[in-house]
Each structure stands twice: as C-alpha cells, then as structure tokens.
Design a protein around this ligand. Structure first.
Ligand SMILES: [Ca+2]
Length: 374
C-alpha cells in the first residue's frame, strides 16, 4: 500500500496525470483512518456529511457553480439529460476539501528523505509476489501488447502494482462529487473543472454511474487514471467493447501501455539500472546546468545527459547485467547521496515520471518491474 511518505516526495506537477499516487495514498489513509491526513478537519467531516455541516451558502454556491458548467459540458457533447443525471443530488464534499488542504505542495527547501527505506516498503516481498502472479496470469496478453507497443510487460504490471496494489486500493469517493468539490473550491480549478466535464463525457459514452468512483482527487480504476486520461488513453483489450480499467486486468494493462506509448516509451531501451561509481568520481563535471521545464525539484537531482559509452568511459560499472547500446542517453541519480546505490536513467524513466513525477515513484516502479520479470 502506498503511504504518506510518497505524498511528501511528490511535487506539484504540470501533467494532469501527476497526482495519482498522492491521491491514492490519501484515499488509502482516509479509508484506514490514517494519522498523516489533517486530523481535525477530517474528524469533523464524516464521509456522508449532511448539508448542514457545510453551510447553506456553500451548498447554494456549489449548486450554482454546477449549473454554470452546462454550456461547457454541451460543448463536449454531453446531452442535457446526461448533465442533469450527473449533477442530480450532488453536494459539496467537505472531506475532499479537507484532504486537498492537507496535501499542499512541499516547500522547495524541505529536506528529501532517503530512498532506501521507501524502496524496502514499496518493493517488498508481498508486492513482488503478487506482481509475479499477475504477470504469469496475463503472459499471453502482455507479450502481445509488448510486441505491439514496445512497452515491457513488467512495466505495465509494476504500474498496476504501485498505483493500486494490483487493484486492492482504488478509492471509493464519488468522482463527480470529489472533482466538482475541488473545482468549486478553486485552488486548482483549471485542473479539475475539465475533469468534471470528462466524467460527464464518460457517462455520455455509457460508463455506468456506479463505476465512477476513485481517489478523492479523481484518479480511478486499476491504473488510477484521471477521467481526461481515461478518455485519451484507455483501451478495450479483452474485446467486450468497454475499456473497463476498474475491473478488467487486460484493459487496465493495455491502457497503461497506451499511456506510455504516448509518453514516448522507446522500444528496446531499459528504464535504467544500478551502477557503481569509481573512487574520486568528479560529480561537478556531470552537473546538469539546464533549467527543467517542469517538475524542477525532481529533475534537479539528475545529472546532465551522457551516452552509455561516455558513462562507461568515466569508469561507471553496471552492478549486474550488461550495458545497453553505447548511444543510449542516460542521466545519473544518487538518491541516497554519494557512496550509496546510484542509477543511470534513460528517457524511458522520464516516461514513468510523466505518469507521476517523483523519483521515488519512478525508481520503485522500475525496480519492481525488474523483480516481477525475474
Ligand atoms: Ca474490456
């Protein structure tokens, strides 16, 4: 299960797909009475809070806001009948608002914890074992998708494992209620309002209302897609005509692969691998001097890009296995500082960061994938 350390490691992200893990972690905490979420606000806001707990003005403002979405929904092909069905009985969810307030971005100068304790919790024996079971159960389908897309079978499985512990923790918040609450609240309306409309589009396309549940921040199903990501990337792989990423492992795994194709996964290249640095390695010579366009706190831990041939010439040694082709580019990351395990990370690692921009997430997905394949 994801835990709160992940949400501390997660930075605010440009990608709409950015906060899956954070949302899942918070949803899991909320479901289990977790102690890391804001305790007072949540204790005062039971799951089915009556309108009176929020205040009439808030509920009236919320209802007026929803009505104002009608023309935007129409523009996306949502009929008035679907729109009315979507907003029927919908109320502001104070618990969602409290969870959102509890997940403010980490300060830029906050210390970053070590990766190794995180790895031990998230790439653990149980998650590896279940991943191997999912892998074996879906081999025929997975290998077909890998042939078609170039996305490795084990990467699909590892994302599934990290997002929802293979479907065990998907969240039970009503997506429309959560996303509309977050949009109405306004702090990230530009992000959440299109997601409200996207849920309505899903309804218009026939997704059953009762399937529209997920994390408090609107991520849902086995891969914890946002509704807009679902509309863009979800696929039907088992042939029943519905991209049922909430109940079909083939659909979910194929949809994850589709996401990575769009994110630029390069066939035949690894995500990365562990390396040993030579004594006296000159880190200053490989510092990245460019400004990352997004996700700066995550990217600033990476060296500049060099080819595998250049890294080898600098004396790096792969701790196991062989090197990729000499022309493949990679950055160097030392998540726990000098003297501990270092990693060379390719552009495929950046595709994992596109899914969730956290080095802890990216490394643990890659390492879980390696274990699942063995
Ligand atoms: Ca299907």
């Amino acid at each position: 299960m994801l835990n709160f350390v992940m949400s501390r490691a997660v930075r605010p992200l440009a990608s709409a797909a950015a906060f899956f893990a954070l949302a899942a972690a918070s949803a899991a905490l909320a479901q289990t009475g977790g102690v890391a979420a804001p305790p007072v606000a949540i204790a005062q806001a039971p799951a089915a809070a009556p309108n009176s707990a929020v205040g009439l003005a808030t509920q009236q403002g919320f209802a007026a806001y929803l009505q104002g979405l009608r023309s935007k929904a129409r523009a996306q092909g949502v009929s008035d009948a679907t729109f009315d069905r979507a907003i029927a009985g919908l109320t502001f969810n104070p618990r969602v608002a409290a969870l959102d307030r509890g997940n403010q971005p980490t300060a830029d100068d906050a210390p970053i914890p070590d990766f190794e304790p995180y790895r031990l919790r998230h790439v653990d024996a149980a998650r590896i074992s279940r991943g191997r079971t999912v892998y074996q159960a879906n081999r025929r389908m997975l290998s077909g998708i890998e042939r078609e897309t170039g996305v490795p079978e084990e990467i699909m499985v590892a994302i599934f494992g990290h997002e929802t512990n293979y479907g065990a923790v998907m969240g039970d918040f009503d997506l429309l209620r959560s996303l509309a609450t977050l949009a109405y609240e306004g702090r990230r309306r530009a992000l959440f309002e299109p997601e409200v409309i996207a849920v309505m589009v899903m309804m218009q396309r026939g997704v059953p209302r009762e399937r529209l549940v997920g994390s408090y921040a609107g991520a849902f199903g086995y891969p914890q897609f946002l509704p807009s990501v679902y509309l863009r990337d979800a696929r039907d792989a088992d042939g029943d005509g519905v991209a049922a990423i909430w109940s079909s492992q083939p659909d979910a795994l194929a949809s994850i692969a589709n996401y990575f194709v769009r994110a630029g996964w390069r066939k035949g290249e690894p995500w990365g691998f562990a390396v040993r640095l030579p004594n006296g390695f000159n880190r200053a010579a490989v510092v990245n001097r460019t400004n990352p366009p997004r996700c700066a706190r995550v990217m600033e831990r990476h060296s500049r890009w060099l080819t595998m041939k250049e890294w080898q010439a600098l004396g790096l040694v792969a701790t196991k296995g062989s090197w990729p082709a000499g022309s493949v580019m990679a950055t160097l990351v030392e998540p726990d500082g000098p003297g501990k395990t270092a990693y060379l990370l390719t552009s495929n690692y950046r595709a994992i960061l596109d899914y969730n921009c956290s080095n802890f997430y990216g490394l643990s997905v890659g390492l879980l994938a390696d274990e699942v394949r063995q």
